[in-house]
Design a protein around this ligand. Structure first.
Ligand code: DGJ
Length: 337
């Protein structure tokens, strides 16, 4: 996610111990208290003029179980963190919005499990904040979506249940709310080979029963969905565990309709490896003008808690529809102007 930091030469008061002035991909990003931002596989939501960011709160050692036959590195579940910001650059830690449940070995939130890719959306009808996560077992065989709900954007979120949407496996996932208020969950399904798009019920708590299979046998992970100029776009990665691969952008006229692959929008050094990152979210900064931020995680598989963030401009050309995510060592939203 984000940021960047940098205290250097910037005013520091006791109220705000750290002030970031630009996005510096791959560096340690600090929150307003000066602590490392801990929000991996993050999703963002804007509510009443404030941005909220939710991510995997990764604490402690990375574990590779003795029985592992593949690189299922994980940290103990510590919950889902929440940060708030007005400028997308300086983030206040709001606490752990969805807490781990160390006393209940059966819970999806027990430290022995895996919770990934939290995404939160606001339901205008119910006035509830709804979080969906990838709820996993340590061996990644559960493949479920977990749902939690809160009256406040900063939590506490109450965990309701986990399930396989429309009986399909659900691993990497994201949520998207369309202009008419209808919400969709995109998830890597069918052993990560095919993506499912599940339409949600009006309260956003369950799949409504309608779903489509897309990107059949194309093994897409890490979906991040956004809308530009009346069309739907999905940025995603290939499926290579914690290791990087090439990003891909696809477009559709209708969200449950046919999707067409456009290609890799990344440009610059290591673009063919997504700059060593993996997509997690695309922030609509000024969608009318075609200004977005593409958010990637740079996973450190043997020390997941020290995984870094790569946020880069995603610039869309209204005339041609062309989209580019150019590499930047150091940049700010002013570069958009
Ligand atoms: C790739 C996914 O995108 C991550 O969220 C995580 O599930 C890893 N695979 C686990 O290997």
């Amino acid at each position: 996610m984000m940021v960047l930091m940098l205290t250097v030469g910037v005013s520091t008061t006791s109220a705000q111990k750290n002030h970031n002035v630009s996005f510096i991909p791959k560096e340690v990003w600090k929150d307003t208290d000066g602590n490392m931002i801990n929000a991996h596989g993050a999703g963002l939501m804007k509510y009443k003029g404030t941005w909220y960011m939710y991510g995997e709160y990764k604490v402690g050692k990375t574990i590779l179980p003795s029985w592992a036959t593949w690189e299922c590195y994980r940290t103990d579940v510590s919950g889902v963190s929440c940060y708030s910001s007005k400028d997308l650059l300086n983030w206040k830690f709001e606490g752990v919005a969805l807490k781990a449940e160390p006393d209940n070995p059966e819970s999806d939130l027990h430290p022995s499990k895996v919770i990934e890719r939290p995404k939160v959306i606001y339901n205008k009808k119910t006035k509830k904040f709804v979080m969906w996560v990838h709820a996993e077992s340590a061996d990644y065989s559960k493949a479920c979506a977990g749902v939690a709900v809160s009256d406040s954007p900063v939590g506490p979120f109450k965990y309701i249940e986990s399930f396989r949407p429309n009986d399909g496996m659900s691993r990497d996932q994201t949520l998207f709310v369309d202009d008419d208020g209808t919400a969709y969950q995109f998830c890597s399904s069918e052993n990560n080979q095919t993506l499912h798009i599940n339409r949600l019920t009006d309260d956003y708590l369950r799949p409504e029963g309608t779903f489509v299979r897309r990107f059949v046998d194309m093994a897409r992970e890490a979906p991040a969905v956004f809308k530009f100029n009346g069309k739907y776009y999905m940025l995603s990665s290939g499926c290579t565990g914690w290791d990087p691969n090439r990003a891909e952008l696809a477009v559709a006229d209708n969200i449950m309709g046919e999707w067409t692959v456009i290609g890799d929008p990344c440009t610059g050094p290591d673009a063919d490896k997504t700059f060593y990152g993996q997509s997690t979210y695309v922030i609509p900064v000024n969608p009318k003008k075609g200004l977005f931020i593409a958010c990637f995680d740079m996973w450190k598989k043997k020390d997941l808690a020290d995984s870094r963030y790569i946020w880069l401009p995603l610039i869309a050309d209204k005339k041609t529809g062309k989209m580019e995510i150019p590499w930047r060592d150091n940049w700010s939203l002013n570069d958009f102007k």
